[in-house]
Design a protein around this ligand. Structure first.
Ligand code: FEO
Ligand code: CA
Ligand code: CA
Ligand code: CA
Length: 651
């Protein structure tokens, strides 16, 4: 996502509002106390040396009893970073483009033609800015690594790279309609042919587009709430479209959980609300624009103008459940999971069968959440799980200075979350989740992006992409889990849930990685020799391979390290734990995202998003993938030449 952010810098944190679990401390209090005693410079020194050591994992405590040889660390030779307009992958691998922006998805789609775009064509073609990629084997329930569905998010648009005559001060109606059609998701039926290449299956009834205008049902406790009712939908139960779909997750029953991330950028004219308007506090807390929106959709659609439709924005910022296997099933916005600028929704099953979903809110100084369903899921019975995500408990994380942490429930009637604080019901908490989290004293993080659970040891890895405002004038200071002033490089935390139970309310945490140039002595790579790792910054998406190695996609390396964004691998256990290696280099202006393995690890799908961002069609900084204009966001497939697992040749 482009770097359009607003800081969560309000705020009177009511540290005493949470008393049921004794607090050893929270970040704000820690820093308020410490910063009175020492300068910010000294604090930084302290947190990156002696004090920081307290939060580094104790050697030996996190080792798994599983033999090290079973983990199969990556064996490829790391590649150098670069700023060239070409992708590069580690030796012994190849890259194929699977689908580009504008390629046909539905049979009715015309071929891509830059000069004759339309909303109708775009709604049948591959959308813009592919982000999340999920591989869903066909048939459902199989582990087929040769045929499956790719579920792909289309996060946002770069009109300056889409339309040759684009004028941001006067976007034309057909351009706005085309952009709305370029949002949402694509479901693609794909097959690996005998030559190893992935090809789309034209005419498959499972090929599908969801756009910024597709009807989507609203489900869960906030469905029908007065704040979700609009002029065009007085029921508050059906919304047109999904926007800002960044990353996602998947359920054990084979649905996608697509996350609406930067939805706040689509809504204009917050300033048109009067100061006494009840909705104003919520819209301000979520960062909705005071005047023009980012893309100007309000010029053609009243629903994006807060002055004309103050409630439409409440219908975005949710998780959208989509069934890639069943095009006839209407997607659902699952309000029980809360409303935020959500990056993803990673699921894991607790010992008692309840589903646990981890999410971060990707804004500076925002929070980390998890949702635990009320009931266990039912294997083998999809119908029984259809409404499972509509009931459960939403928690927000507090990281304490002693390396422990608490999941604080955002439950109506508890810990000050009642009518006296503006929360008349659980639905009010879900619609204004950020303010509820403020109230209970959650820990402000450095832009929590993807969260992933190790399939080997159950540890939870959280990517904090960066926060250049941390500790600067007028912004919150460092706290134990976000120790850097002006965090330009990001870090990764490792959480261990109490007794290994993902539904637990307590956890311990430590640093897995403090990213940056390894020559920088404030970097940390899980204790691995810094001289042997690849430079890495701005971790965004995470995924594990079957051997339990973590793969990290970045978003922001050009500014942080002077090189294109890239994909890295790192073992999380064994003697190679922390050995970060650069595997793939992207092109100028692009982030890499959404990496997903086939069930046998023999293909790694990956999105190259917004190539050329920061330039325009007249002189694009990237002409990838076709060495011509326009650059086209695309999903690629990376394979090992020997047909074995990607990155682990010979293992
Ligand atoms: Fe769309 Fe959080 O990156
Ligand atoms: Ca990002
Ligand atoms: Ca992302
Ligand atoms: Ca992920």
């Amino acid at each position: 996502m482009r770097d359009v952010q607003f800081p969560n810098v309000p705020s009177e944190v009511d540290a005493d509002g949470w008393e049921a679990i004794p607090r050893s401390d929270n970040g704000e209090t820690f820093d308020q106390v410490v910063s009175r005693a020492i300068t910010r410079r000294d604090l930084f020194k302290a947190t990156t040396s002696a004090a920081l050591i307290a939060y580094l994992p104790r050697i030996g405590q996190q080792r798994s009893p599983t033999p090290i040889t079973a983990f199969g660390p990556p064996t490829f030779e790391p590649i150098e970073g670069h700023s060239l307009d070409q992708v590069r992958v580690a030796d012994g691998h190849s890259v194929d483009v699977v689908i580009r922006w504008g390629d046909p998805v539905l049979e009715v789609a015309p071929p891509f033609d830059l000069a004759s775009q339309s909303a109708v064509a775009q709604a049948a073609q591959f959308g813009y800015n592919c982000d999340y990629v999920g591989y869903f084997p066909l048939p459902l329930g199989s582990n087929n690594a040769d045929r499956g569905l790719l579920a792909v998010n289309h996060e946002f648009t770069n009109p300056e790279l889409m339309f040759p005559d684009y004028d941001p001060s006067r976007p034309r109606t057909w351009q706005i309609e085309t952009e709305l059609a370029a949002h949402g998701m694509a479901i693609l039926d794909v097959r690996r042919d005998s030559d190893g290449r992935w090809r789309r299956i034209a005419g498959s009834g499972l090929n599908r587009r969801i756009t910024g205008t597709t009807p989507i049902a609203i489900a869960g406790p906030a469905a029908g709430h007065s704040l979700l009712r609009t002029k065009s939908d007085p029921t508050g139960r059906t919304v047109l479209g999904t926007l800002g779909n960044c990353s996602a997750g998947r359920t054990p029953w084979g649905t996608v959980l697509s996350a609406e991330e930067n939805f706040h950028l689509y809504f204009a004219n917050r300033d048109s609300l009067s100061s006494g308007d009840a909705q104003l506090q919520n819209h301000a807390r979520y960062g909705l624009r005071r005047r023009d929106s980012e893309w100007g959709f309000e010029r053609r659609h009243e629903r994006f103008d807060i002055g004309k439709e103050p409630n439409e924005a409440f219908r975005f910022g949710w998780v959208v459940e989509v069934d890639p296997y069943d095009p006839s099933w209407t997607p659902r916005k699952r309000t029980a999971l809360g409303r935020m600028h959500r990056e993803a929704a990673t699921s894991v099953v607790a010992p008692d069968g309840r589903l646990v979903l981890y999410s971060g809110d990707d804004i500076v100084f925002e929070y980390i959440y998890k949702f635990v369903t009320r009931s266990p899921w039912t294997p083998g019975d999809r119908a029984a799980n259809r409404d499972l995500l509509d009931e459960g408990t939403l928690y927000v994380a507090r990281f304490d200075h002693d390396g422990s942490g608490v999941w604080i429930p955002l439950r109506h009637g508890e810990h000050g979350l009642d009518a006296s604080a503006g929360f008349a019901s659980q639905a009010d908490i879900l619609i204004n989740t950020l303010s509820a989290a403020d109230l209970v004293g959650a820990t402000k993080m450095d832009r929590p992006e993807d969260i992933e659970v190790s399939p080997k040891n159950g540890h939870v890895f959280v990517a904090l992409t960066k926060n250049p405002l941390r500790g600067t004038e007028g912004s919150p200071p460092q706290n134990p889990s976000n120790p850097r002033v002006k965090n330009n490089y990001g870090h990764i935390l490792e959480l261990i849930e109490s007794r290994g139970n993902h539904a637990a309310t307590r956890f311990t945490w430590s640093f897995f990685m403090l990213c940056g140039d390894p020559d920088d002595e404030t970097t940390y790579f899980a204790g691995f020799d810094r001289s042997k790792v690849s430079a890495i910054a701005c971790p965004d998406n995470l995924a594990f391979d079957r051997a339990g190695n973590l793969w990290i996609a970045t978003d922001g390396q050009p500014e942080a390290l002077g090189m294109n964004d890239a994909l890295y691998s790192v073992p999380i256990e064994g003697p190679e734990r922390g050995h970060v290696k650069r595997f793939f280099n992207s092109v100028p202006g692009a982030e890499v995202s959404g990496h997903a393995f086939t069930p046998d690890d023999s293909t790694l799908f990956l999105s190259v998003q917004h190539p050329g961002e920061g330039s325009n069609l007249g002189d694009p900084t990237s002409k990838w993938p076709d060495r011509t204009t326009p650059p086209r966001p695309s999903v690629i497939a990376i394979r090992a030449d020997d047909g074995g697992p990607v990155g682990r040749g010979g293992s």
